[in-house]
Design a protein around this ligand. Sequence first.
Ligand SMILES: Nc1ncnc2c1ncn2[C@@H]1O[C@H](COP(=O)(O)OP(=O)(O)O)[C@@H](O)[C@H]1O
Ligand SMILES: [Mg+2]
Length: 270
Amino acid sequence: MNGSIFINTEALEQTYLPRLLPYREEQHKYLAECIKPLFNRRSGTNLLITGAPGIGKTTCVRFILRKLMEETENIMPIYINCWKRDTSPKIINEIARLSDIKTLEKISSDELFDRIILRLNRYDGVVFAFDEIDRVKDFDFLYRILEDVSHKTIFLVTNLSEWVAKMDRRLISRLLLDRLEFKPYNYEETRGILYERRKYAFVPDCWDYDAFEIVIRKTFTSKDIRVGLFLMKNAGENAESRGSEKIEVKDVEKALKKLEDLPKDITNFV
Ligand SMILES: Nc1ncnc2c1ncn2[C@@H]1O[C@H](COP(=O)(O)OP(=O)(O)O)[C@@H](O)[C@H]1O
Ligand SMILES: [Mg+2]
């Protein structure tokens, strides 16, 4: 066999940010509207984004933050995954890092936050995106942001649509959250996304038609695009390890077995 059937395995990683975001134009537009007032030094609309795992919430948010960064230097995008950073001190440290604040001496979280505020309020506005917000153990950071950052839009993202009911009433009333619910992709949309990703990840014509149809079907019934990415990568590896230039049904079947052995939440495995 000559070389690999993969062109770019990165395109199969969950963290890969595609250049295009088909089927999420409406949501993209909604997020853009929430940010718009910042361009006139006014606060925007805060938004709670909900929906099942693997349907493009994180991607849509990161997509718009990237676009914003490409468009202007006057609005600061701050994206934080709260699964990794689940306490106020950890979140504040990360905001400091993203705002390029370096401290040689050891200072308290409060003091660090004061410096952050000074820095952030030099911008016309700040967009905060707190992804997997349901993992957060305390909300001090959010109270401070609400109080001290002059012009801001805050996105809170969660897979759990009921989660907001557990939040402190006081915080909810201060946030004045709008809500945006993401719905799972239909069959054709699922197919479109996976085909697009396939173009980036694999050499042309290496997929057997039926094999790829199984991937699409399984992804659609799982309602989680990450399942498709996992199957594509795994089936590709299976084909490679048997020295084949073609990914066939048996390679996908083997990948399906492996998928069954994974925990329900495959977040960390794709
Ligand atoms: N509309 C889309 N176009 C291209 N890729 C998408 C789209 N929606 C989701 N994906 C891909 O599916 C995977 C899961 O999406 P993600 O945004 O992490 O889901 P969520 O945050 O809702 O759990 C990511 O790899 C992402 O690139
Ligand atoms: Mg996500």
